[in-house]
Design a protein around this ligand. Sequence first.
Ligand code: DQA
Length: 144
Amino acid sequence: MKILVLNGPNLNLLGTREPEIYGYETLTDIEAELHTLFEDVEIDFRQSNAEADLVGWIGESRGQFDGIVINPAAFTHTSLALCDALKAVADVVPAVEVHLSNTHTREEIRHKSLTAPACIGQIMGFKGFGYTLALRALVHKLKG
Ligand code: DQA
């Protein structure tokens, strides 16, 4: 099973970025944890600050990956392009959306996700552990 894990803008700064909101784990810590916990899953873990990279990677995922875990970061609240990209491959590459923080407890602009309607589910509020939960849920769904 091959899973693409995508991370949006500023998530490369995890560890020092507002740790009281996002936790002290770095993105490298989270990636290492996934590789340890999901030995039998081939995980391709990527981050970009550019919307175009994320849209491109999602578009290329058809036939290459069985599913996507995505933290679109701020693009969650702005990007119809990411929503469209996820919908374009959703028939064969289901996605789970993950957020470190519980965005519903934060500023109103963060309450709406444009990307969630293109995903099979959403996990939020558990900091780095949310990635483990998201991958677990996706693998469960894929194994039927
Ligand atoms: C985030 C929540 C977003 O609102 C924010 O822009 C991020 C991170 C999260 O994981 O909690 O960059 O996606």
